[in-house]
Design a protein. Structure first.
Length: 201
């Protein structure tokens, strides 16, 4: 069985990342990594589905053991990407998507140079602002904070292997699958195919 691919997947708020993932995950060869956290479950959240809910002591022990691809503290709680669970899914042939913000993504890329990194960008900052206003879920101040954060994140997009502009959802999803397929066909990813061709001469 061929191993799956680790895929780092980032986008500013409002770029349609969640909607893209809904479409991508219809393909059973793809799954999203479940993060670990020290915060308590919210109503309706399921352990192992929404998050792996663990104690701070266990989380810190895993950090000491090198058990996370990346981790960070946010609002007094720890969040991290468990290495063991990710590697188990890769060994089963699943393509594991890490839906992760830019700073965490860069940490993973440094730690796992074999990861395929994809940044989802808006057509423009002006279009992103329009989409955030259209959602109607945030105040003007919050929207401007998200726009400022998005500008900072887009400035780091060149650190990723690929940039996909999510102008039309269907096109962006197609681009994602084309990128993954192209990576699978790279010669340095398929040394076994060369050996098989020569062996059967």
């Amino acid at each position: 069985m061929n191993k799956g691919r680790l895929i780092v997947f980032s986008a500013p708020s409002g770029c349609g990342k969640g909607t893209m993932l809904e479409q991508i995950l219809k393909d059973e060869k793809f799954c999203v990594s479940v993060s670990a956290t020290t915060r308590s479950p919210r109503e309706g959240e399921v352990n192992g589905v929404n998050y792996h809910f663990i104690s701070r002591d266990e989380f810190e022990q895993r950090v000491s053991d090198g058990g996370f691809l990346e981790y960070a503290e946010y609002c007094g709680n720890l969040y991290g990407t468990p290495m063991k669970e990710v590697n188990e899914m890769l060994e089963k042939g699943m393509n594991v998507i890490l839906e992760i913000e830019v700073q965490g993504a860069i940490k993973v890329m440094n730690k796992r140079p074999d990861a395929l990194s994809i940044f989802i960008a808006p057509p423009s900052i002006a279009e992103l602002r329009r989409r955030l206003h259209k959602r109607g879920t945030e105040t003007e101040d919050v929207i401007e904070q998200r726009i400022a954060q998005a500008s900072n994140e887009v400035a780091l997009a060149a650190k990723y292997d690929y940039i996909i502009v999510n102008d039309a959802l269907e096109d962006a999803v197609d681009d994602f699958f084309h990128v993954v397929r192209a990576e699978q066909l790279r010669s340095d990813k398929r040394p076994e195919i060369i050996a098989d061709i020569i062996k059967n001469s």
